[in-house]
Ligand binder design. Structure first.
Ligand SMILES: Cc1ncc(C[n+]2csc(CCOP(=O)(O)OP(=O)(O)O)c2C)c(N)n1
Ligand SMILES: [Mg+2]
Length: 574
């Protein structure tokens, strides 16, 4: 090859996108092909990226979000224009609400036609629609800007509070060509995409002083704390101070749930009684009753309770109640600054506080043990989860995905987690539909066995992705808690029309057959022993498996633990 032909070599938009992603260490795309991105998926695969093709964009988007949470790299979801873009948008918004870094990349139609609303194929002003639903949204019109566009998307997704980013790539961009050498040098390898943010020394001292004076201190760990991957320091902070802690749902396992300082089994007691609460990557949203009201003790006690809040976003502070000691920075830097101040001579919290917690824990845990030991027929949530609890104990590195109402609430309280970032669930919104997307991401990014515990309604939102799980031969075992409906299978239609009630499904459905349809293993389990056997076989074989766990249709309660959020129930309370 002569020097002239080398310098004449051209590169197109497709390859610039792929090279820009690879340059930044992104090796996986979750997506669904079609105009104008079909060739992009083929070329990305040819260039050595893992391209995981889904059956619906929402699940590709959820997979990208979960991958972002687990790896601290933005997960990529790739979709076609208008309808595919819209299908991915729920996942993008959910990722943003949960502070998971992801980038939704959608192909789009011709700008000139879209802007004049002349009726293009899949015409839609996607950038404008995405903007209010994510942290940032960008569009790239010229091949030479692809490097900048992807760099900006990565920085926006990862820096500060992580979240979702939209990147609009019009069809015309992919076929644009430019000089290959210039193209290569237009790409940006992002340096330090999530810069550490060191907390101010006086803020650290303020937090330490408050903590030191506490009589009944409590630490609340949120999923921000597990995202931070500061596991050893967080554990050291809890253990050196001896302060009891509560893990929020996805922070379970950051310290093993069996840790003596875990106050999970005395949750209502510690929330009502604590005098100083340190929030670590946990927001005072509805999941913590906004930091006020009955959950937090009798009226008036709020004045005597003070909060320390570690968060990367200064605007999170005072969102619901006054925060006495805000500590702004990344969680790793904040916790290590606190640790330095804690030193080795820290006085443990007063014994009457820790004893009172231990007493309640013991009582609640033995109550639970008694319930778990029962073996009713049909199986109920407790007996089924008693079996799963033991399987997870024996396989603490397995990933657990969880959604549903009763299925979610009971699993969260019964199944102990032992390692950080092993639990993925419905998060801040309590959204249904994350199940199979999260399960695929968990399998693809960790290579560990995945157990997805799904309400039968919850499973329905993403059930078609069992084909995806079979196609990629992923070690995913789905357990459908089949109680014939949303919350329960017992509602009746009192109107006299032949339809069943809105919360009720086909009775005795066999979800296991869905997995068999695509070559996976299907098991119908009616006892805890059958469930245990099937789970162990699934983990040992690594084969895609779906266990239809038949649960007593009368066992659940309306909306699980959040019955009171239903308008009727809320109105009655007033
Ligand atoms: C996207 C979305 N749609 C609807 C809901 C309302 N919702 C909350 S839980 C739930 C399903 C509960 O039933 P199931 O998954 O079978 O769990 P169970 O309580 O029966 O164990 C629904 C539909 C939601 N949270 N998210
Ligand atoms: Mg159900």
């Amino acid at each position: 090859m002569t020097i002239e032909t080398q310098t004449d070599a051209q590169i197109d938009g497709f390859h610039l996108v792929i090279d820009a992603l690879k340059l930044n260490g992104i090796d996986t795309i979750f997506g669904l092909p079609g105009i104008p991105i079909t060739d992009l998926t083929r070329m990305a695969q040819a260039e050595g990226m893992r391209v995981v093709s889904f059956r619906h964009e929402q699940h590709a988007g959820n997979a990208a979000a979960a991958a972002g949470y687990l790896t601290q790299k933005p997960g990529i979801c790739l979709t076609v224009s208008a309808p595919g873009f819209l299908n991915g948008l729920t996942a993008l918004a959910n990722a943003t609400v949960n502070c998971f870094p992801m980038i939704l990349i959608s192909g789009s139609s011709e700008r000139e036609i879209v802007d004049l609303q002349q009726g293009d194929y899949e015409e839609m002003d996607q950038l404008a629609i995405a903007k209010p639903l994510c942290k940032a949204a960008y569009r790239v019109l010229h091949a030479e800007d692809i490097g900048v566009g992807i760099a900006r998307a990565i920085r926006s997704a990862l820096s500060g509070r992580p979240g979702g980013v939209y990147l609009d790539l019009p069809a015309k961009l992919f076929a644009q060509t430019m000089n290959a050498a210039e193209g290569k040098s237009s790409l940006i390898k992002v340096v330090d995409p999530a810069p550490r943010q060191i907390p101010a020394p006086d803020a650290v001292q303020r937090a330490l002083a408050l903590l030191k004076g506490a009589k009944r201190p409590l630490i609340v760990l949120g999923k921000g704390a597990s995202y931070a991957q500061a596991d050893a320091d967080i554990r050291a902070m809890v253990e050196k101070t001896g302060i009891p802690y509560l893990p929020m749902s996805m922070a379970k396992g950051l310290l093993p749930d069996t840790h003596e300082l875990s106050a999970s089994a005395a949750r209502s007691y510690v929330l009502a009684e604590a005098d100083v609460v340190m929030l670590v990557g946990a927001r005072l949203n509805w999941l913590l009753s906004h930091g006020k009201g009955k959950t937090w003790g009798t009226p008036g006690s709020a004045q005597s309770r003070q909060f320390i809040q570690i968060d990367i976003a200064p605007t999170e502070i005072d969102s619901n109640v006054p925060i006495a000691a805000p500590l702004i920075g990344d969680i790793g830097s904040c916790v290590s600054a606190l640790l330095a101040g804690i030193g080795s001579g820290w006085a443990k919290p007063p014994a009457d506080w820790t004893h009172a917690i231990a007493e309640r824990k013991d009582k609640n845990l033995s109550k639970m043990a008694a319930t778990l030991a029962l073996n009713p027929s049909p199986m109920n949530f407790h007996s089924a989860l008693g079996s799963i609890r033991e399987v997870i104990k024996a396989h603490p590195d397995a990933m657990l995905v969880n959604e549903g109402a009763n299925t979610l609430d009971f699993t969260r309280s019964i199944v102990d987690m032992y390692q950080p970032r092993k639990r993925l669930d419905v998060g801040t919104w309590g959204i249904m539909g994350i199940g199979m997307g999260f399960a695929v991401a968990a399998a693809v990014t960790t290579g560990k066995p995945v157990i997805a515990i799904e309400g039968d309604s919850a499973f329905g939102f993403s059930g078609m992705e069992v084909e995806t799980i079979c196609r990629y031969k992923l070690p995913v075992c789905v357990v459908v808690f089949n109680n014939n409906g949303v919350y329960r299978g017992t509602d009746v239609n009192t109107s006299g029309t032949p339809d069943v009630a809105p919360t009720v499904f086909v009775k005795g459905a066999r979800y296991d057959k869905m997995m068999e349809a695509f070559g996976g293993v299907g098991v119908n389990a009616t006892t805890p022993a059958e469930l245990t056997r099937a789970l162990n076989e699934a983990i040992a074989s690594g084969r895609p498996t779906l266990i239809n766990a038949v649960i007593d249709e009368t066992a659940g309660t309306e909306s699980g633990r959040i019955t009171m959020l239903n308008p009727q129930a809320a109105a009655k309370k007033k």
